[in-house]
Design a protein around this ligand. Structure first.
Ligand code: BG6
Length: 309
């Protein structure tokens, strides 16, 4: 059963149910995954209940002739039930990156499982607000993670994307938690892109066994780059055309990733020809910013993404 059939949104002219075979016929899909499509006067978005993953978002914010893609979905993304989808905003939860116990999935399991659509409504500004719940492990823990927990992700979709996340430890002992809203963004010229707002921050360099270093000036891309920036300012700018502002609240880490040519070529759902088209600028709690969430406690955080300048 998918997250959509169990809690379908009421009929509304701004959203409808669809599937990946219909929306992405050019993709080489194994499964046709159910999708929710939002088409409002402010934006067009496609969301997969699997992972509560926003896949594409076209903002009609600037001019009607100049629509902005805020997210990148790999042209070679594979739609396979239970497998991560390459692009948009996957949610890494309840851990970020590889687990220190072998055999556990990279970036946790929440991105591979169905979330439930709890509500869909239009707010007074014309945004579509979707609320997604991940409650299947609130009373029985997942086999890979021995704490009972639940999560809720609220998407406010308009000319900007606003994501609000709440994670609750439903168990009786402190729960280790790391997570990221792992957003993929299109870039017009990777060699010319700069990420502003990280100068002076320490980072863990994942291309050098997580060696701790300090950022000088803007971030630039020249080959593989894979870094967890720690205790960062709230806002970063991706200086490309159009420039994007990513603002996080209560998410002190910024993970910046581009696989570089060789790793992109080795990823079946990216490919050498597409590795230059995006960067990830993810916000969350990762590396030494990981949390311990007290029994019964909740962690709330938000990320907003929009065109700037
Ligand atoms: C980034 C990590 O967040 O995600 C990288 O820093 C990783 O190390 C990348 O390669 C993609 O991960 P995945 O599991 O989606 O291929």
């Amino acid at each position: 059963m998918t997250g959509l059939t169990s809690a379908s949104p009421e009929n509304h002219p701004w959203w409808r149910l669809s599937d990946s075979a219909t929306e992405f016929p050019q993709h080489n899909s194994v499964d046709s995954l159910p999708l929710l499509v939002v088409e409002s006067p402010l934006c067009r978005s496609v969301i997969a209940p699997q992972g509560a993953q926003l896949l594409t978002h076209t903002s009609y914010g600037r001019t009607t002739s100049n629509n902005d893609q805020l997210l990148w979905l790999s042209p070679t993304a594979l739609f396979v039930r239970g497998k991560p989808l390459r692009g948009g905003v996957p949610l890494c939860l309840p851990w970020f990156g590889p687990h220190n116990e072998p055999g556990k999935p990279q970036h946790g399991f929440a991105r591979n499982e169905d979330w439930q659509l709890l509500g869909a409504q239009a707010d007074s500004d014309g945004n579509v607000v979707l609320s997604w719940g991940f409650g299947q492990y609130a009373s029985q823990p997942h086999p890979e993670f021995p704490w009972r927990f639940s999560a809720r992700l609220t998407m406010t979709l308009g000319t900007r994307i606003e994501l609000g996340l709440e994670i609750q430890n439903c168990d009786t002992s402190p729960m280790p938690l790391s997570w990221a809203l792992h957003s993929y963004h299109p870039v017009s010229d990777l060699a010319a892109v700069r990420v502003r707002g990280l100068a002076g921050c320490d980072f863990l360099d994942n291309t050098r066994q997580l060696e701790r270093r300090r950022q000088q000036g803007d971030v630039q891309f020249n080959g593989e780059l894979d870094r967890i920036y720690l205790s960062v300012p709230d806002e970063q700018i991706i200086a490309t055309e159009p420039a994007l502002a990513i603002r996080g609240s209560n998410c002190p880490s910024a993970i910046v990733w581009n696989p570089g040519y060789d790793k992109a070529a080795a990823l079946a759902d990216v490919g050498a020809e597409h590795g230059q088209e995006f960067i990830c600028l993810e916000r969350g709690n990762a590396g030494t910013n990981a949390l311990s969430l007290d029994a019964g406690a909740s962690h709330r955080a938000s990320v907003s993404i929009g065109v700037t300048g």
